[in-house]
Design a protein around this ligand. Sequence first.
Ligand SMILES: [Zn+2]
Ligand SMILES: [Zn+2]
Length: 275
Amino acid sequence: MKIICDTHVHSDNSFDGNSSVFEICEAALDKGINTVIITDHMEAPEIRLGDRSVYGNAVKSITKSVADVEEVSEKFKGKVKLLKGMELGEPMHMPKMTGKALAIADFDFILASIHNLKDKEDFYYLDYNNENVDDLLSKYFEELLDTALNADFDSLAHLTYPLRYIYERTDIRPDLDNYSEIIDEIFLALIKRDKALEINTSGLFKEIKSTLPDINMVRRFKELGGKYVTIGSDAHNQKDLAKGVEQGIELAKTCGFNYYTVFEKRTPKYIEIWY
Ligand SMILES: [Zn+2]
Ligand SMILES: [Zn+2]
């Protein structure tokens, strides 16, 4: 049976999200999406700034996100399964703040992300023509390895995130073979700790035109013994809900996965791939 779940979705409780949880659920019903996990942004180190954070008050936003999910999931009971997630940014930068973030609610699912390196702005804001891209990527993978080895999360989000912007704004096309050793280490850490790798489908519709990470990396994860993959659109509005998710599921199958994964109460559940 064809079961489509989107495990990476932002509501208007994210600073860059545009649709309410209710609107997202209506879209899910329309598109025949079985399960949606709302994963609003929680840039953990921002907690210390409270209302002064440029992203808004992180604790208030996530508290509201969880309350919205609880309220709306009642209304869609039996039609769309709605789960409580969080996209936890930079969990290793300030462990104390990360602890506070994780204590906000009894989450179903935690995605771990690195949007910025220690002492750097979000990769979104960097001027790649004035940066050493190789140095940035090396540090990025090192931070991801630290995250994969030590952080409390369920799935590692959009591996190769900086490439989204490097492809969009420059002619630089980094050769990921140069980082294959550390990427293997990241995968082995995920596997050892029973964590999932996310196949983020947003890149399919951007200049990079591939999932994050791409098919070769997903295949390598499987080869090394990877058990869990989650699939997420990273939608920031209801119209993009589940965009590319079927392609992501097909890609997982091509890489040898017969199942993909949805986390509920932080426990992996296998969804059979019907292709
Ligand atoms: Zn992200
Ligand atoms: Zn996201």
